[in-house]
Design a protein around this ligand. Structure first.
Ligand code: PLP
Length: 495
């Protein structure tokens, strides 16, 4: 599962940052590899604590049984008495990844057994041509590593104009700037991406060479890119020589047609950008956070061999591979004697998406009951993920100044309206009423003032809130009732 050379991929080494080029491989790890040069090598080389000194010898995981037709529903419903499967990682019992290996120092790519199972998983869902997997500590870590791999101080990266700020704030300290791409209900608009690239003024700096994108259930807007848009975006990336960071934690949470109340388990997932990547320009980042548990802090990056090698070097010089506990569990689950295997994993994630589909349906029903009748807000129905993007009809607010609609050709610089201030006030009122909900302002891509869109300032488009249906039914019920009532009061307020 190490890097392999593929002549069909394009040479993309010019995308590497000077930091990545200057980084030397960890010399200790290079020597460590030599212990596997031939069988029975004797090592006096490493300070590896011997496994007999680990104060643990057995870990048991009680996992949901995937024998049921809808395993997630069965697991939730029966709680502590739901059918389960017990898996074991042990020093002395047979298992897929024994403790003496799983808890030892290992390679930056991850423990080879775990790297093998996530490679098989990636092949099963995406079948990418000639790519290699590198373990990471979830998507946040994986993406931060990709930014370091590709970003040079002064570079511009591209992203949706509303993006997940927990990620888009990360490379700012590296001296990277953002250029926003416009979105509609279907996510990033390929024509606008092309427009930004084709009309790039090099006085600003070199043309952006990295695109950060969330193709399914985008955070915060909940939008999902159609296959057609994905193909267009990939083609534009080839034409303008872009690297793509495909951040896809909601891949498995894709829902059926908007009206259906239950999910057909067999519906195929939309093809990823990785699956289309003949050039080796996609760095896809996957996570177990949304499909197992966020505290696992485990994910993986799939890339061409070139970028894999540099990711490994960076990992060996920073976090080192993710903790052994999570890697042992995943290895046991996907390949161990009693594990789910990939077929069982597939049954679990398809059942999970049915569960989130039910939650989405409940959220929308409650929204229709509690908020829609006010006529003051509209919810965009997400085709994936766990977020609903709610547009607030600020044009109906008695204290709105200016026109929310963009005037084509208007030459006014700066905001036309007091949208930002009113939304701030609405956010405070929700808080006072006991509701925490995310304001659009925190997702506006952090662009430099000199790069802001003066014709259509983002401050005039902040009339959105992000709500999630990931929580409990009570939270949705109470939260949407508070939102409906707060909107009524806020819009009735003349002062
Ligand atoms: N990327 C996006 C778009 C997300 O929505 C999230 C979590 O909410 C993450 C990344 C973080 O994922 P992880 O927990 O794997 O770091």
């Amino acid at each position: 599962f190490g890097p392999s050379c593929n002549v069909s991929q394009v040479d993309l080494s010019h995308h590497l940052s000077s930091e990545a080029r200057m980084r030397k491989p960890n010399p200790m790890k290079e020597i460590w590899k030599l212990t596997r040069r031939k069988p029975n090598m004797v090592s006096l080389a490493n300070g590896d604590p011997h496994f007999s000194l680990y104060p643990m010898r057995r870990i048991e995981y009680e996992m949901a049984s995937i024998e049921e037709a809808d395993p997630v529903a069965a697991w939730r419903k029966a709680g502590p008495s739901a059918a389960s499967t017990k898996l074991v990682s042990s020093t002395y019992e047979p298992c897929a990844l024994p403790l003496q290996t799983g808890l030892q120092y290992s390679h930056g790519a991850g423990l080879p057994d775990c790297q093998r199972v996530v490679t098989e998983l990636t092949k099963f869902y995406h079948n990418p041509p000639d790519h290699v997997c590198t373990l990471a500590l979830g998507n946040s870590d994986g993406i931060a590593k990709c930014f370091r791999l590709l970003g040079e101080r002064g570079d511009y990266f591209l992203a949706d104009e509303f993006s997940f700020s927990s990620i888009t704030n990360v490379p700012l300290a590296q001296g990277i700037k953002w250029a926003g791409v416009k979105m509609d209900d279907g996510g990033m608009i390929p024509e606008d991406l092309e427009n930004v690239l084709a009309n790039w003024d090099t006085a600003r700096g070199r043309r952006p060479h990295v695109l950060y994108i969330v193709p399914c259930g985008q955070n915060p807007t909940g939008s999902t890119l159609s296959v057609e848009r994905r193909k267009q975006i990939y083609e534009i990336s080839q034409r303008f020589d872009l690297m793509i960071i495909e951040d896809d934690p909601y891949y498995f949470l894709q829902y059926d047609s908007l009206s259906a109340s239950t999910t057909d388990f067999s519906t195929p997932f939309v093809p990823s950008l990785l699956s289309m990547d003949t050039d080796g320009r996609v760095l896809r980042v996957d996570s177990f956070s949304k499909i197992m548990a966020p505290g696992m802090r485990l994910g993986w990056i799939t890339s061409s061999a070139l970028f894999h090698t540099h990711l490994v070097s960076y990992t060996d010089a920073s976090t080192h591979h993710p903790h052994g506990f999570g890697q042992m569990l995943i290895t046991e689950l996907l390949s161990g004697p009693k594990g789910w295997q990939i077929e069982g994993f597939d049954r679990w994630v398809r059942s999970l998406r049915a569960e989130y589909h039910r939650r989405r349906a409940l959220f929308l029903t409650l929204f229709e009951r509690e908020v829609a009748p006010t006529g003051l807000a509209r919810a965009a129905v997400p085709e994936a993920g766990m977020f609903v993007w709610i547009r607030i009809a600020l044009e109906r607010h008695p204290r709105l100044r200016g026109d929310l609609r963009r005037v084509p050709g208007g030459d006014r610089a700066g905001p036309r309206t007091n949208c930002a201030a009113l939304m701030e006030e609405l956010f405070e009122r929700c808080l006072d009423a006991g509701l925490v909900i995310m304001p659009a302002s925190i997702f506006a891509l952090p662009v430099d003032a000199k790069d802001a869109d003066v014709e259509d300032p983002v401050e005039d488009r902040l009339n959105y809130l992000r709500a999630t249906f990931a929580g409990t039914e009570e939270a949705m019920e109470q939260g949407l009732a508070i939102l409906g009532q707060t909107l009524r009061e806020f819009f009735a307020d003349e002062q």
